[in-house]
Write a protein that binds this ligand. Structure first.
Ligand code: ARG
Length: 459
């Protein structure tokens, strides 16, 4: 059959070319946006006197019927149609006749596809925001539950200083808050209407682009028609935001995996979010956390796909741009799936306070506190640092820790040290003394919990 766009060519293409060119297998997921966009377009055309009110009514209700039938499954996508835009228009014309043929006045598939994708991704951004908020809330609840559990804080994956487990989890809450903010910001630039740019140059009809944009909930219109049909940075920006978000999820999951290992045993993931091994009966594998970490690769890959597809394309529309959809759909699907599993997995996770505490007792993680003690006694920090280092060395030789090193040993290192050193370097004291704003002290952690709560309530 000849194509709807048969004009200078006869519109008859090879089946191989058709299959290669077709996007309906993946862009059909934008059917709702395509239909809503077309309804708004018909309303604008009628308002401007380009079509009649009764033609508008036929188009709008015809489209409504198509939407209903796709939703119910009564109407199936025709794989021989080039894309979702052609499909909807073809079915409409079959159903309502002549007025259906008027719908495509003063627009082109170039602005139509840009419109559909913006509408679709706007909806996705909104649902991702809710999923992200839920994951952040789950982390916040855990932080509250374990706000007083002492664990070793790490740098270079070496025990560094004692911190509260709540403090560690709040670090992730802060990252997710920024991710929420980034999505919000990205949505602003996405929520601009390209429709009315037509093929690339605008149109000879007296259209009202702002009216149409308003019907669709956009906050503004694209100011340049060439830019309107060429721009995909709203999709790139969303994928950039999601790549950063996914980096955060991946780092968190890496820690969950480590912490749930026998080597750490800081947490246990619930049975409902782990798997067994087909051969080793003792195994409880953190598959969900590993998959979240693993899916990060495809999220970055999707961003690279579109960046690379766009980089050499001249203005305005090129068919290369059809490659945007699978990448961005895969990206939003992957991140949504990760967030959906992460939130309940965190809610069901349990921490082991005793194991964290006993790990914190090893590794001389209060050595900095011993140095700080000597500073309080009047030694300059550099000399105090040296003396504390000597104490650690002495402990290693004797197989002791700083809490059990006898006072005579301390005295031989510095006569500024007296019995009160033992309280000052006790783990709970070390945490309590981290009073600086944003530190791991108890009051600071309480303050952070309040802050995160307040920020999350804005979404
Ligand atoms: N399926 C196309 C896409 O996704 C729609 C736009 C086609 N426009 C055109 N002039 N070929 O990009």
């Amino acid at each position: 059959m000849a194509k709807m766009w048969a004009g200078v060519t006869d519109g008859i293409t090879s089946k191989i070319a058709d299959d290669f060119n077709s996007s309906i297998s993946f862009d059909s997921r934008m059917y709702r946006e395509d239909i809503t966009g077309s309804q708004a377009h018909a309303k604008m055309l009628a308002k401007q006197g380009i079509i009649t009110d009764s033609e508008r009514d036929e188009i709008v209700s015809g489209l409504e019927g198509i939407l209903r039938d796709i939703d119910s499954g009564a109407l199936r996508f025709d794989p021989d149609c080039e894309d979702i835009h052609m499909f909807v228009e073809q079915v409409l014309t079959e159903r309502i006749g002549e007025s259906g043929k008027k719908l495509h006045t003063a627009r082109s598939r170039n602005d139509q596809v840009a419109l559909d994708l913006r509408l679709y991704l706007r909806g996705q951004t909104d649902s991702l925001t809710l999923l992200l908020k839920d994951a952040a809330e789950a982390l916040l609840q855990k932080a509250e539950e374990y706000k007083d559990a002492v664990m070793p804080g790490y740098t270079h994956l070496q025990r560094a200083q004692p911190v509260l487990f709540g403090h560690w989890l709040l670090a992730y809450c802060m990252m997710l808050l920024r991710d929420l903010d980034r999505l919000k910001d990205c949505r602003k630039r996405m929520n601009i209407s390209p429709i009315g740019a037509c093929a690339l140059a605008g149109t000879t009809y007296s259209t009202d682009r702002r009216y149409e944009a308003g019907l669709l909930g956009f906050s503004d219109i694209c100011r340049n028609s060439v830019d309107a049909v060429s721009d995909r940075d709203f999709a790139l920006e969303l994928m950039s935001c999601l790549s950063i978000l996914q980096t955060h999820l991946s780092r968190l999951c890496e820690e969950l995996i480590l912490w749930s290992s026998w080597e750490f045993r800081f947490i246990s993931l619930s049975d409902s979010f782990t798997t067994g091994s087909s051969i080793m009966p003792q195994k409880k594998n953190p598959d969900m956390a590993e998959l979240i970490r693993g899916k990060t690769g495809r999220v970055y890959g999707d961003l690279m796909t579109l960046l690379t597809a766009l980089k050499g394309t001249p203005l305005a529309y090129n068919k290369d741009m059809q490659e945007d959809k699978e990448a961005v759909f895969d990206c939003v699907d992957a991140v949504a799936a990760c967030l959906t599993v992460l939130a309940p997995m965190i809610r069901e996770m349990k921490a082991n306070r005793e194991n964290m505490l006993s790990a914190a007792k090893k590794g001389f993680i209060n050595a900095t506190d011993l140095a700080d003690y000597l500073v309080r006694k009047g030694l300059p920090f550099r000399s105090a640092y040296k003396a504390a280092g000597q104490a650690v060395k002495r402990c290693t030789d004797l197989g002791l820790d700083l809490e059990s090193l006898p006072i005579e040993e301390y005295r031989s290192i510095s006569d500024l040290i007296s019995e009160d050193v033992y309280t000052d370097i006790s783990l709970s004291e070390c945490v309590k003394r981290r009073i600086s704003e944003g530190g791991t002290g108890y009051a600071s952690v309480d303050g952070q919990i309040e802050y995160v709560k307040q920020e999350l309530s804005k979404y």
